[in-house]
Structure formats: C-alpha cells, structure tokens
Design a binder for this molecule. Structure first.
Ligand code: WTA
Length: 639
C-alpha cells in the first residue's frame, strides 16, 4: 500500500524530496505495486515534443493490482457498495472476491466477442455496478475503454465511437434519474447507424422498458454472462499501453480523446487517493461524481480499488426523493470521506438546512470538492452544516488530462483556506507565467497556471492526434504544460484557481467548449453566426450565454420558437447540459479588422459589467451599444 503522509512536516519533507529527486520519489511509490517485470527507465520526457513516458519497459496489469494483490487481505471485504436511485430498491454490495468474479466473467464475454488487447470498447451506461465491472474487464484483457457520459446525445456518442473506432458498445436499456427514467438503448441505436466499426452491442437490463432489438448485433448482458466461466488471467501489459480514452472539450473543434496509460495513471490515481483523502483501512469512501467523467474514473473506481478501499457508487441525484439524499446515504453507510462538486453543494444550500440537520453524520472525517471553483459561502456551509466544523475540506484542483488531483490540501494536514486549492501535491511543480511567458516567481501574483515537470498521471496524447495534443498544452508556453486555467498565488504561497483562460466554460462542473455549442447553434438555417460565452451563475458556477446572429431579428413569438428549437438542437448535437441559458438575437458581433470575434466584450456584457475596455479597434464599434441594450431588455423581460 502507498505510504500516507501524516504531518505538515512530513508533507514539506516529501515535497522537497519529490522536487530534488523526482525519479527516486516516484519509483519508490511505484514499488508498492505488483509489476510482472520492473521498468527499465522511470521517466523519459520532452515537453517540447509533448512526449512523456513513465516506467518504460515495466510489465503489469492494473486489475492484478486491484484484485490479486488485494485479495489475500480483503477477500471478504466490501469493495463496492451500490446505492440505487430509488431508496426503496435494494442496494448491492460486492466483496473484492465477488467483484473479481464478475470482472473475470465479463472479460470472458468480451473475449467471446472477439475483443483483443488494444481494441477500443465504448461504454455508454447509467451508474450501475455493471459499468465498473465493464471497465475493469476491459483492463483485464488489455482493451481500451472509452466511457461516454450517459447524458450525451446520439450524435456525441457516435462522434466518440467513430473517432476511437470502437469495436463493441456496452450500454443499458436505460437508467433512472430522480423520479424519471431515461432511455439509452434507443439513443445508442441511433448512434450506431453511423458506426460501422461496432460489431456487438451488449445491453444491461436496467429499466425493463420495451426496446427495439437488432439480433445481429444486440446481446443481453445477462445472457452473455451465463455462457462464460470465471477464469480469466490478466493479460500482461506494458506500462505505457493505453488504459483508457476519455473525451473532453477543448477551446476549439471537436472533443479530444485524452489518452491515459496504465503504469503512470495507476501510480498517480492511487497515490493521490490515499494522501489527499487520508484514507484508512475500513473507511467508506463516497465520491458522488459520475463515472462518465474523470473524477469517477480516478476516485470511484481506480484509486480506491487499487488501495483496497470500500468505494460507494450512487446511481441517483442529490435531490431525490428529497434534498437530504446525500446525507441519508452518508448516515446509512457511515461514510467517512465524501467528495462532490460545488454546484451540488450550492443547489442543496438553496433547498435549506433542514435536510442536513438531525441526521447523524458523525462518521464523516473528510469532505472534498472538485470540478470548479468553490465560493466562500458554499465552502462555509459545507464546513459548518455537513462537516459540523470538524472535517477538513479538500478543494481539489485537477483536470481530465492530469489523471489525478494536482493542487489540494492533504486532509487534516495542510491548513485550509476557503476557496483555495492550497498547495501542490508532492511531485507537482506549478509555475505561474504572465501572458508573455515570463515566470512570476514571487507570492501575491496572478497569471497562467503551468506545470514545469511531468508527473506519472499526465495524459500522453490525444487518440490518433498527437499534434493536437502538443498544440493544446505545450505550444502556448514552450517547455511547460499549460493547464488553460488562471490562478492566483497569495502571500502565503497558497493557490486559488480563477477559472479558464480559454474558450472552455465550466457549467455545473461540466467542461464545455464554446466552439462546440456554437457549431450546434449554427446548424440552424436561420442562424448565420453565433458566439457563446460563460457568465456567473449563482448555482451552476457558470451559465451559457449565446449571441446569435440572424439577418432579421425575430419578433417576440417567433423568437421564443427559435430559442426553443436552438436549445433542442444543442441537446441533440451535444447534450442537455450544453443548452444555452440566455440567448440574445443580434444582427452582428463585435469583430476586429482581421475578422476575429471580440469575446472579451461579449463576456463583459453578459456579466453586466460597464467596463468594455478599448473598442476602437473594432470594425463595427456601434454593435456594442446595441448588444448592451438588448441585453438589458432581456434581463428586464426575465424579471
Ligand atoms: C476546473 C475535472 C477550480 C478547472 C477534475 C479545470 C477547478 C477544469 C477545480 C477541468 C477546483 C477543476 N477549483 N476549478 N478545485 N477542479 N476545476 O477536465 O477549470 O472535467 O481546468 O476535470 O475544471 O475539468 P475536467
């Protein structure tokens, strides 16, 4: 198991060590795992070429590190608790051995469907145990999973399947979310019309609703599981073989397939899990994210299970059957560490304190947040009402591309400050650069957050597009990994994340590219152009504001209709989470002489700011006044 840092002095010492000798530091941690063959070289890197390799030549299987390595001690320990959407449905638990059996059986199902090492498996599932089983079964046989969040549309799913050339899809008839159920199979069917690479579609029965069945490619999960035994040896993999692809939004174009490789990701997910949350044997860990995002990959599945933890997976939403659901779950299972998003906290604050009071949450030791900045009010509410003033809050900053947590307090060890992610984890060397690339070494500075040295969990490439990978993170500030985030370092050297510096917006902790949303809006025949920006939203962190150019501004009723159809269009092209909150129709957008949209001005208008900066360089400065007037009118209309 990974050694736990237990004091502030210990942290400072480890941090020093990790910077003075990163190779020695990480190889010591990697030694705690089971390698079929040890690596030849700990690290090989060149940020200018965007090339990074960790533990090269090492041979292993990550599931052997989850199961065989842990079984001796944890055969009968609960590995996974599954809490269903409906509290009246029976929860499920799997011991390490039971989960292992399911994983091996499903690995054999994959083999029966001709899935081989290196093949891609697309997974489009609700939060049910089969999702965890499917991903680990892929890892068992060396297939690369590509999980697509179940809220994505048929179009988004097909784009991801096509890009990864996935061989099979694993889905479900549907899922439950609060008082509603939703279909997945019908969406998958629509997506698969465009995906010739898919040879089989394995379907879990969850809702039991009627679905269309295509017998050439559709197979029930339960039928396939009947046909196999539970003997499946782990395939030997190279440390640098891909473990998974996870698509995420960037500032331009289509979502990018971030690739994580086995050895480095394993070491980093486990190290950060153990240390940030200070997990101890016997604790119950509850991460309320969805496995469709990186947080679920690293802190529901891989990190906890590698470390022999008991991890809790929840199918539902925080407000069903009422706004006390999270707290009820914590009470029911005596959860020790709880990890969620600031948006979830803000939405629960809005429902009132009663839901959290009168419950016994004494088991809680650590509270965590992830995905977006947490405002001070939400921080204090979480600290006072959920944590009863005694649980440290770990505000964890990281990204899909970083594989695991990068800047965060270690619970109970690094003193916290509301809204600050505090200090870098050992092995992480943040740098703040100004826009010209000058290093800002002092404290009390603000700028672009970069990382100057590799860590094992860093993504290695974009699936089949290394150039884009290089361009996305290593071109703005040569020699550094650029995160896309702005950051402030205060007088104590503490880091506070300020938000994205690029055209990515963060809505309820979901990362969305403005270009993707614009492309979806521009599909509409009445739209000639659009620009999407984020604006501060009291619950979601950021809301989506779309400026839509039409040759003629629609009249009131037509405008309402057009807004509806644009929102439906965005849901169909991407997902309901990408629907604009505010749509302003306009006849033009502020542009520079080279034809570039001045988004800065659009952001200011959306934020009700009066300071638009210099607009003299615009070809059409008169449009700004129009946009402001229409914005004010929109606000009046919504009041
Ligand atoms: C933002 C989620 C402030 C940030 C794990 C980052 C945060 C993006 C925090 C990555 C935090 C994540 N405070 N902002 N604690 N954590 N972010 O890839 O802008 O979905 O770049 O990974 O979320 O989002 P992603």
């Amino acid at each position: 198991m990974i050694p736990k840092i237990s004091t502030l002095g210990g942290y400072l010492h480890e941090y020093q060590k990790s910077v003075a000798n990163p190779i020695g530091f990480w190889s010591n941690i990697a030694e705690t795992f089971h390698w079929r063959k040890k690596w030849d070289e700990v690290l090989n890197w060149d940020f200018n070429k965007a090339e990074i390799e960790w533990f090269k030549g090492g041979k292993l299987n990550i599931t052997e590190n989850i199961f065989e390595r842990n079984l001796f001690l944890r055969y009968e320990q609960i590995a996974l608790i599954w809490e269903p959407n409906d509290p009246n449905e029976k929860a499920k638990t799997y011991t390490y051995n039971q989960l292992f059996t399911e994983v091996k059986k499903f690995a054999n199902v994959l083999k029966n469907h001709d899935v081989k090492k290196g093949d891609r498996v697309a997974i489009y599932m609700p939060m049910i145990p089969e999702l965890t089983i499917a991903m680990l079964a892929c890892a068992r046989i060396g297939a690369i999973h590509s999980i697509v969040f179940a809220g994505f549309s048929a179009n988004a799913l097909s784009e991801r399947i096509i890009d990864a050339e996935a061989k099979i899809l694993i889905t479900a008839d549907g899922g439950f979310r609060g008082s509603k159920s939703f279909d997945l199979k019908s969406i998958a069917d629509e997506a698969l019309e465009r995906c010739p690479s898919i040879k089989s579609n394995i379907v879990v029965k969850r809702t039991g609703k009627d679905i269309l069945w295509h017998k050439e490619i559709d197979f029930w999960w339960h039928d396939e599981m009947e046909k196999v035994d539970d003997i499946a040896l782990a395939i030997t993999m190279d440390a640098e073989d891909p473990l998974f692809i996870l698509y995420t939004s960037g500032s331009t174009g289509k979502p990018k397939g971030v690739v994580h490789t086995i050895g480095g990701y394993m070491v980093y997910a486990a190290y950060t899990f153990r240390n940030v949350f200070q997990y101890s044997d016997g604790d119950i860990f509850f991460c309320a994210a969805d496995i469709g995002w990186i947080t679920g990959h690293s802190y529901i599945v891989y990190g906890p299970l590698l470390e022999g933890a008991t991890t809790l997976m929840f199918e539902g939403i925080p407000t069903f059957p009422n706004a006390g659901r999270y707290w009820k779950i914590i009470e029911k299972y005596q959860v020790n560490q709880f990890y969620t998003s600031p948006t979830a906290i803000r939405s629960l604050i809005a429902m009132g304190q009663n839901w959290v009071e009168n419950l016994n949450l004494k088991s809680l030791k650590v509270l965590g947040t992830v995905g977006e900045p947490i405002n001070e009010e939400a921080w204090h509410w979480y600290h006072d009402h959920v944590g009863n003033n005694k649980c440290p809050i770990v505000d964890t900053w990281w990204q899909t591309e970083t594989g695991g947590i990068m800047i965060s307090p270690l619970a109970g060890i690094i003193p916290t400050k509301p809204a600050f992610a505090t200090l870098p984890l050992p092995g992480i060397q943040p740098m703040i650069l100004d826009n010209e690339g000058k290093k800002l070494n002092a404290n009390s500075v603000e700028g672009n957050l970069c990382i100057k040295y590799p860590w094992p969990g860093i993504a290695r490439t974009h699936w089949h597009d290394h150039e884009r990978f290089k361009e996305s993170y290593f071109s703005q500030f040569p020699g550094y990994y650029f995160t896309g985030d702005g950051v402030k370092r205060d007088e104590d050297g503490y880091y506070r994340i300020l938000g994205r510096m690029d055209d990515v917006i963060n809505v309820s902790g979901h990362r969305l590219g403005t270009a993707e949303i614009e492309n979806a809006i521009n599909e509409h025949p009445l739209v000639s152009e659009s620009a999407v920006v984020g604006y501060s939203h009291p619950i979601k962190g950021q809301g989506i504001y779309a400026y839509v150019v039409c040759t003629e501004i629609p009249k009131k009723d037509e405008g309402m209709e057009l807004k509806n159809s644009l929102r439906i269009g965005v849901s169909k092209m991407i997902s309901a989470i990408a629907k604009p909150d505010i749509i302003q129709f306009t006849t033009g957008l502020p542009k520079t002489r080279s034809g570039k949209i001045m988004r800065r001005i659009l952001r200011k208008i959306a934020e009700n700011s009066e300071d638009y900066g210099d607009i003299t360089t615009l070809t059409n400065p008169e449009i700004v006044k129009e946009l402001i007037e229409r914005h004010k009118k929109l606000l009046e209309d919504t009041l």
